[in-house]
Design a protein around this ligand. Structure first.
Ligand code: ZN
Length: 422
């Protein structure tokens, strides 16, 4: 009997042609207007393996109130495909396997056609090959190998492929979580990279402040009140807050690649001022100045405390300098945290290490995910392990790529995770 490795390698052509087809279906968002097309392409593929498929559209009223934004067109559809393990085959709790089908726009600077996946030097280039269509091609290939070898499924399977992840804030996955479609005990997120097995992400709050002045002719500026100068006083106070916040670290280590690049050992809390907008003309004292930014908070930081700290600091700073202002904090995605000692996490880590033939670490990442929103709702134990490499794969940049070896290793990782091989 051929080994799993040989079988997976034997499906290399099948995997690459599947990935080519997925990349060619334009799911770049905005506008995200071909979601129906990619899901209609995938449904017969999963049905051929005996999955029961459901195309789930975000209802219009939910879309209108929570997700609608400029530039989006077409239906917001998602795929849920389920297949139970044979009864008596040692079927354990259900596993949700997730990633997203939308991709970010191509942008410029490519050396190949971004929507025509191209093989070059043992890599595939194309928008979405790493983030995250490569994983979908690997999943279907793993199902195909399992069928050839007549392998038993370890658990009942729930494959969830969603849309609008790249634009948020209320992605297809958020809707599926709220509408009760996510029923697995465990949640394997194929979105992400293969740096390590990710169990923690930061939460995110975006903030805005409007600082008020009094407009007048600039030659009599002393009779007015310059909103930019007032904002500068506030900015200095905010930089002190930044200093305090950014000393806080999580107990979760960050990826070994980030550690190597920056020397940072653990997930870190972050506070940023990222936008500033004021003034109409050189000779007009500005009446208002707008500041915006974000706060990335650790899984260990309770949201209420984070909000309280921001509120207090803005209040104290504006009172101290007599600044008239209004401010607002908007919590977006919560942090994600799954116990790194959980047996499911250890199982994923073991399978990932075996498939990639290197010892994987359990890590946290700085960014925020819609998965965090979903599993906060569903209480599923979640971890993320993806097919691409954080730095090398250029996700969200020109020349996005994935190593063919990584695609094959990832297929093997899925085989180990989903099927009984002994
Ligand atoms: Zn992604």
């Amino acid at each position: 009997m051929p080994t799993i490795d040989e079988e997976v390698k034997g499906k290399r052509g099948e995997l690459l042609s599947l990935l080519k087809k997925l990349v060619a279906i334009r799911t770049d968002v905005p506008p995200g207007e071909n979601y129906n097309e990619i899901i209609d392409f995938l449904i017969p593929k999963f049905e051929a393996f005996g999955f029961k498929c459901e195309k789930v559209e975000m209802p219009q009223e939910v879309y209108e109130t929570r997700q609608k934004q400029e530039g989006l067109r077409g239906e917001r559809v998602n795929l849920v495909a389920r297949r139970d393990a044979k009864s008596g085959a040692g079927a354990k709790e259900r596993l949700t396997v997730y990633t997203h089908l939308d991709v970010v726009p191509a942008g410029s600077g490519w050396h190949t056609d971004p929507f025509e996946a191209t093989v070059r030097d043992d890599k595939v280039y194309g928008r979405g090959v790493a983030d995250s269509k490569g994983a979908v091609a690997c999943l279907l290939t793993a199902l195909s190998v399992a069928e050839t070898l007549e392998l038993e499924q370890k658990r009942d399977l729930e494959v969830v492929l969603t849309t609008d992840e790249e634009v948020g804030p209320y992605s297809g996955l958020c809707y599926l979580a709220d509408a009760g479609f996510l029923t697995g005990k465990y949640f394997l997120c194929m979105d992400g990279d293969n740096d390590g097995v990710c169990v923690a992400t930061n939460g995110i709050i975006v903030w805005e402040a409007e600082i008020f002045g009094k407009s007048c002719h600039s030659s009599y500026s002393f009779i007015g009140e310059n909103a930019i100068e007032k904002a500068n006083l506030l900015l200095n106070e905010l930089m002190q807050l930044k200093g305090t916040i950014e000393q806080r670290t999580s107990k979760m280590p960050c990826s070994p690649f980030l550690r190597e690049l920056t020397g940072i050992e653990r997930m870190r809390a972050v506070f940023n001022v990222t936008m500033m907008n004021a003034g109409v003309k050189e000779n007009v004292i500005p009446e208002r100045c707008e500041l915006r930014g974000d706060r990335r908070y650790l899984p260990e930081e309770p949201l209420e405390e984070v909000l309280h700290e921001l509120e207090e600091h803005f209040k104290r700073a504006t009172e101290k300098h007599g600044i008239r202002a209004r401010w607002e904090f908007k919590p977006m995605y919560p942090p994600m945290f799954t116990d790194p000692n959980d047996s499911f996490v250890e199982e994923v880590r073991r399978n990932a290490s075996a498939a990639f033939r290197r010892e994987m670490e359990i890590i946290g990442v700085q960014g925020s995910l819609d998965v965090a929103y979903a599993v906060k709702k569903t209480k599923q134990k979640a971890c993320a392990f993806g097919v691409g490499r954080s730095v090398e794969s250029n996700a969200h940049a020109p020349d996005e790529n994935v190593r063919i070896d990584d695609l094959l290793n990832y297929t093997k990782f899925l085989m180990l995770s989903l099927f009984n091989l002994d």
